[in-house]
Design a binder for this molecule. Structure first.
Ligand SMILES: Nc1ncnc2c1ncn2[C@@H]1O[C@H](COP(=O)(O)OP(=O)(O)OP(=O)(O)O)[C@@H](O)[C@H]1O
Length: 254
């Protein structure tokens, strides 16, 4: 059951300099723990890598921060707005207007041209066709995809398709880009190119990035990293394992 978190008390207000901030998030997927007391903060324009092995809770954390999942406990604040207390319509507006998402699968619409795929967030948001097309073409050019603009996604290889997904994520110039294992389906050289493209584009446009990855090389391009293990901050998980071992040692020596 999703319970409404307590309202933040004045002494617990989020730090002024964090654009997106979360405290002590708990979330379980139908009984499977996803997050157990994870806190995170990211400043405007910063690139934060969320790292850790498969199943450690990276996607769950990104989805809670992006307002896709409501934490069972804890708080999420974006730009001093308490996302965890917003109603569904306001959260959807926030997600549409300020956030963007790219995952491991580009999920392009095969019946649309490449530029139309890239322009989709603008077209859905009611931006006039001509302006949406111009913005999409600019992003396709920046990401070295302009030659594909009039083609269908079927003409692209995996790396090109993923760069179109990146253009689509950036076309509305979101405040925050959530990138959930965006390089997972790519080869090493393609991964490096996509990450370079993503970080360069984000930095030049002041876009804050949360990058979930189990790939240490991918995390190296970030400003900071938050490591998770078994749904907890890695340090806390290690400490709780230590505590358990200490307890076992104590009971053995008793
Ligand atoms: N829809 C779901 N239903 C049930 N359990 C889930 C669901 N989504 C995630 N989980 C579980 O929650 C835990 C955290 O999963 P999550 O996807 O957040 O981890 P992750 O670090 O992103 O892993 P990956 O790199 O494989 O995507 C895992 O134990 C996972 O099996």
């Amino acid at each position: 059951m999703v319970t409404a978190p307590d309202k933040a008390r004045p002494d617990q207000a989020p730090p002024q300099d964090d654009l997106l901030w979360a405290r002590s998030l708990h979330y379980s997927h139908g009984g499977t723990p996803g997050l157990i007391g994870v806190s995170a903060g990211v400043r405007q324009g910063e690139i934060l890598a969320v790292t850790g092995p498969r199943g450690c809770g990276k996607s769950t954390l990104l989805r809670c921060l992006a307002g896709q999942l409501l934490p069972e406990q804890g708080e999420v604040w974006f730009n001093s707005v308490p996302v965890h207390t917003l109603g569904t319509a306001a959260r959807e507006r926030l997600r549409r207007d300020r956030f963007a998402w790219i995952g491991p699968d580009p999920q392009l619409l095969p019946e649309l041209k490449v530029w139309e795929n890239a322009a989709l967030p603008l077209l859905i948001g009611g931006v006039p066709h001509r302006a949406a097309r111009r913005a999409a073409l600019e992003w396709l050019e920046r990401l070295d995809l302009d030659r594909f603009a009039g083609k269908r996604p079927g003409a692209l290889n995996r790396a090109e398709a993923q760069r179109v997904a990146l253009a689509r994520a950036l076309v509305a110039e979101p405040a925050v880009l959530f990138a959930d294992e965006p390089t997972a389906p790519l080869h090493r050289a393609e991964r490096a190119l996509l990450l370079r493209t993503l970080t360069t584009a984000a930095r030049s446009h002041g876009i804050t990035v949360l990058l979930a990855t189990h790939d240490e090389e991918a995390a190296a391009g970030a400003d900071r990293a938050l490591a998770l293990l078994d749904g907890r901050p890695a340090g806390a998980a290690a400490a709780s394992a230590l505590t358990t071992e200490d307890q076992a040692a104590c009971s053995l020596s008793a």
